[in-house]
Design a protein around this ligand. Structure first.
Ligand SMILES: [Zn+2]
Length: 464
């Protein structure tokens, strides 16, 4: 063999061995920054993510990932941040069709004069189907990949969520008065059990039981909901300590706080996600921590309904996982924009504490990602970009005036970037949004249908 031939053979051999050492993946997705939210909170400049099937295989500097993996597809976004998909820990997605139906009202007037009558006259399975589609569309386009929901006809919410390729922890409501889907709490519990069985092992849906609150659901029903959730190893979702009225009534009638009441009933003990936790007594922090309860903090809703300011800093100090939620959009927000909730969560704590260092940008971003996943009890699967986790990833563009120039990634994510800057959204390894177009929902059909519903809902309330 001549020298040239020998060199050529050596090159071929080394190429072959390099290629054979490379692992095959479906996609290498690279960008200017990869914000991992891993335990070290790595932010990788010129980073990349190797993705195979529904999972993240590895996250690291782009040269390293390209050396180790060969991909069928390469996607490079030099003007974007890759981030874990955002997690909305409290919604009533189907209520999107009631968006802005009645604003600027006291909670009791809002509920009794508008929400309950509007629900009684309009909410059926079709309403929930179209409302959920609208909610999913808005959430996906603003970077949310997982949401925790509680409403009626929840198996329809689950169907639509799965169909759209989104991830949900979805709770069937159980409430102490006749609801649009079930006329009694007993019937709701039977329906919830059937739903838990249907979605027992789904890659995208975690089915849950959702007793509405301690003031709308009897103690027996609350306990039955806990037992049912535990029997299937699924979570319980509830509204808890949202208003001063709820807090004062519990003290008056039960001689204990709402948190203590739930704890004494045994309802907190187990996999639980509680929304709000605005009104807490000092002893409640220990109860929530001991029970491992996850909290959904909804700053827009708490401000708009003047519910109060949740003691987020104290909860975080106590080691209670707190995520962010939008709540419903019918006069208690009125949108599903988690980018905005991050910004508001930080600023609400600062103005309340009189301390601009309270709740930093990186803490607020944690709440929208990894802490939200912990609040849901799903942090082994989602909430950060780490090998072995599901590929729930979003890209956020940086080539916009409101993100230029950039000195700090977390500052930009929380205080400057907007929902409209979200570009691409992947859930479970599959793109549901590309370049701001939803791939799995017909946006025009959904918005046209929403207008039809507006006319119908307005008519149904005009007799009031
Ligand atoms: Zn709510």
């Amino acid at each position: 063999m001549g020298r040239i031939t020998r060199i050529a053979a050596a090159i071929l051999l080394s190429c072959w061995s390099l290629a054979s050492q490379q692992q095959a993946v479906d996609l290498i997705w690279s960008a200017r920054y990869v914000v991992t939210e891993d335990p070290q909170r790595r932010v990788i400049e010129d980073g990349a993510i190797a993705i195979r099937g529904d999972s993240i295989i590895e996250v690291g500097p782009v040269e390293e990932i390209q050396r180790k993996y060969s991909a069928r597809n390469l996607m490079d976004q030099p003007n974007a941040i890759l981030s874990p998909g955002l997690i909305n820990t409290h919604t009533h997605a189907a209520m999107s069709l009631f968006r802005g139906i009645a604003d600027d009202l006291k909670l009791q007037d809002w509920l009794e004069k508008f929400i309950f009558p509007a629900e009684a006259k309009n909410v059926d399975r079709d309403f929930v189907r179209w409302g959920t589609r609208l909610g999913l569309l808005e959430m996906a386009l603003s970077g949310t990949t997982t949401f925790a929901d509680m409403y009626y006809f929840e198996e329809t919410v689950a169907e639509e969520t799965k169909q759209a390729g989104m991830r949900g922890m979805l709770g069937q409501t159980v409430i102490g008065f006749p609801a649009p889907d079930y006329k009694t709490p007993e019937a709701a519990l039977v329906g919830a059990e059937k739903y838990l069985k249907t979605y027992a092992n789904d890659p995208l849906i975690v089915p849950a039981v959702a007793p509405h609150a301690i003031y709308t659901t009897s103690d027996d029903t609350l306990q039955a909901a806990r037992t049912l959730a535990d029997r299937y190893g699924k979570p319980l979702i509830i509204h808890l300590a949202e208003t001063k009225t709820e807090f004062d009534e519990a003290l008056q009638k039960r001689k204990k706080t709402p948190v203590a009441a739930l704890s004494d009933l045994g309802v907190l003990q187990g996999w639980t996600l509680a929304a709000h936790a605005v009104w807490l007594a000092p002893a409640d922090f220990g109860l929530l921590k001991a029970a491992g309860t996850g909290i959904a903090h909804c700053p827009s809703s708490n401000m708009m309904l003047a519910s109060g300011v949740a003691p987020i800093l104290k909860m975080l100090q106590a080691g209670i996982p707190v995520g962010l939620g939008t709540d419903g959009v019918a006069g208690s927000n009125n949108d599903h924009d988690l980018m905005e909730e991050m910004d508001l969560a930080a600023k609400l704590q600062k103005v309340t504490a009189g301390d601009p260092s309270a709740l930093t940008a990186s803490q607020a971003f944690d709440m929208a990602t990894i802490l939200g996943a912990q609040a849901l009890g799903m942090s082994k699967m989602i909430g950060s970009l780490e090998s072995g986790k599901r590929a729930d990833i979003i890209s956020i563009r940086l080539d916009v005036p409101n993100a230029t120039p950039m000195y700090g990634v977390y500052s930009q994510l929380v205080y400057s970037l907007k929902a409209a800057d979200v570009g691409d959204v992947m859930v479970n390894g599959r793109f549901v949004v590309r370049s701001r177009r939803m791939l799995t929902i017909d946006d025009k059909a959904v918005m046209a249908k929403a207008e039809e519903y507006r006319a119908k809902v307005s008519k149904s309330l005009s007799g009031n």
